[in-house]
Design a protein. Structure first.
Length: 571
């Protein structure tokens, strides 16, 4: 490969720095998630002028990137160039071709979900002053969102009816109640606010609650009557996103075949596990012919959970410590000495979450990542706990985010890490980084299974989880390429995943709300598994598994298919 002239590389470095700064000013919540705090009191501006300026920025930067010989840059610059190109191209495409900002319902909950993250990291009165200032901007934000949705209704860009019902019926009422209790949260976390700041937080919370109540009425009265039951991406758009945001060249049909192969393999592995399950799991049938019987057995095992709410966090501490010792003894992953994993209860107001990871803020190495858990014992069946600890903790999301923080915290413009936070990606509809992030954590689950980490019952859950992720690939692709309608998707989930129909309907709602997010788990994991197998084969006796994983981390959240040229020598 030829090398780009030095002046082109210099031009790119300047463009990268300029873009990173301008991008974060347009996405201040994302600056907070990255550990930059100069915009903590700001909220995204959804006015037509601001959105127009943001579009102009992406269009201009994309044009300048395409004039640079990015594929001839050194590795780090090349990866940054690709990340910027893919991000700006997606934004221009979404603005020009899809007008997606006019029916983006994810923005209706965005201020609340991003405040949740900020509150989770708040430790001082100054942190809470920024939270109060950001909350005070919520009424303006929601008014701007209503203007966008009304504009979309007038121009035919209508949202999905089931998503509107979910927001209005379930999510916004919870958010409204949350803001009633927000002023009590600092004290509950041991932060004493000065009287003027306490009053400012009370006022901001009251105004935010009123704004969400008005938005609730707007969705029910203005949007719901015009929403459509058939809002999907379409085959052409799905294929475009696979190529240009995920770096995948396989067709949707080929990806469905891959998922069906994984489903068949998981079914076969469940059958092979039958003997051990029958011997070791009380009440198990003598044979598991597939996913249906496995899920029926798990339903029985899920009745066992910690006895008390206060036992939840110790359970996961013990499991993560066990996983850390296991990967060290097996030489599978390097866990840095002195690693601090925060575990704490999930803040009030977050629903339908058993446990999740708040990654170590990339650019603020003073702060740790958090494994946050719903503090209710019945929400944590012990048979699922090990898999959750691996996925969210070690060697999954937490270890990955710490490795990235240590490697990139001094980077002046880490553009590869834009859109890495779940709710930021959801608000933008761009899940390219999730193929690495969720794909890696799912790969870690399977790698630990192959290494023998789980008990028999826990291995059962791991295989069921893998099968369910395969089913989700089939259904997400089927819905959005219009090979399935909602009824066919529900039948597939009930028949192939043994889901009760109400659960299947909730799954379909997820696919409609955040298209392509659910495919990132399995498809990303398969890319990592193929890459690991190829590196083992090529490196032979020199293959070092822990070193291989360190190498993966060193690139940041790059779509795994793009890592192959950097990690495999030409043959």
């Amino acid at each position: 490969m030829s090398q780009a002239p030095p002046h082109d590389l210099d031009a790119f470095v300047q463009l990268r720095a300029s873009f990173f700064g301008h991008y974060l000013r347009a996405q201040p919540e994302e600056a907070t998630t990255l550990g930059l705090h100069h915009l903590d009191d700001q909220l995204k501006d959804l006015s037509p002028a601001a959105l127009g300026d943001e579009y102009a920025l992406h269009r201009d930067v994309l044009a300048r990137l395409e004039r640079l010989p990015g594929e001839d840059f050194p590795t780090e610059a090349r990866l940054d160039w690709r990340a910027m190109r893919d991000l700006t191209r997606f934004h221009v495409h979404a603005y020009e071709d899809l007008r997606g900002h006019r029916r983006n319902l994810e923005l209706s909950t965005y201020p609340h979900t991003m405040l949740q993250y900020q509150i989770g990291q708040a430790e001082t009165p100054e942190d809470w002053a920024a939270i109060a200032s950001r909350a005070a901007r919520i009424p303006t934000f929601l008014q701007q969102q209503e203007h966008l949705l009304a504009e979309g209704l007038a121009t035919g860009e209508v949202p999905d009816v089931y998503t509107v019902r979910d927001l209005a019926g379930d999510q916004l009422p919870v958010i409204m109640r949350y803001f009633e209790h927000l002023p009590e949260v600092p004290g509950a976390h041991g932060v004493l606010l000065p009287e003027n700041e306490r009053r400012a937080l009370q006022h901001a919370a009251r105004e935010a609650r009123g704004a969400f109540a008005a938005h609730h009425r707007f969705l029910r009265e203005r949007v719901l009557p015009h929403a459509s039951p058939s809002v999907v991406l379409g085959a052409d758009e799905y294929t475009w996103r696979l190529r240009h945001t995920f770096g995948l060249t396989a067709s949707p049909e080929e990806l469905v075949r891959q998922a069906q192969d994984v489903l068949a393999q998981a079914q076969h592995a469940l059958h092979r596990l039958s003997g051990a399950v029958a011997r070791e799991v009380p009440g198990a049938p003598p044979s598991l012919s597939g996913l249906v019987e496995a899920r029926e057995l798990l339903a029985q095992l899920e009745a066992h959970h910690p006895a008390r709410d206060e036992d939840v966090i110790p359970l996961y501490r013990e499991l993560i410590a066990h996983a850390e010792q296991f990967v060290h003894e097996q030489g599978m992953f390097h866990v840095p000495e002195g690693l601090r994993l925060g575990i704490k209860p999930l803040p009030p107001g977050m629903v339908d979450v058993r446990g999740t990871n708040w990654p170590a803020p990339l650019l603020d190495p003073r702060k740790v990542g958090w494994f946050v858990l719903a503090p209710m014992a019945p929400a944590h069946p012990t048979v699922w706990a090990a898999l959750l600890a691996v996925h969210e903790g070690i060697p999954g999301h937490f270890l990955q985010s710490v490795a990235w923080q240590r490697a990139f915290s001094r980077h002046p413009a880490p553009v590869r890490f834009l859109l890495v936070t779940d709710h930021v990606a959801m608000a933008r509809g761009h899940f390219g980084n999730m193929l690495n992030i969720e794909g890696y954590a799912t790969y870690a689950e399977e790698r630990m299974r192959r290494a023998g980490f789980y008990t028999t019952a826990e291995e059962l859950t791991a295989l069921v989880a893998r099968a369910l992720r395969a089913v989700r690939v089939v259904v997400d692709i089927g819905l959005h390429t219009e090979r399935m309608d909602d009824e066919a998707a529900a039948r597939y989930l009930v028949h192939h995943a043994s889901m009760p129909e109400p659960h299947a309907r909730r799954e379909i709602l997820r696919f409609k709300r955040i298209p392509m997010q659910s495919i990132t788990y399995l498809l990303g994991a398969l890319e990592f598994e193929r890459l690991e197998a190829d590196c083992r084969r090529q490196r032979g006796e020199h293959f070092d598994e822990a070193g291989f994983h360190d190498e993966l981390f060193s690139f940041g959240p790059v779509p795994p298919a793009q890592l192959r040229p950097f990690m495999l020598a030409p043959e």
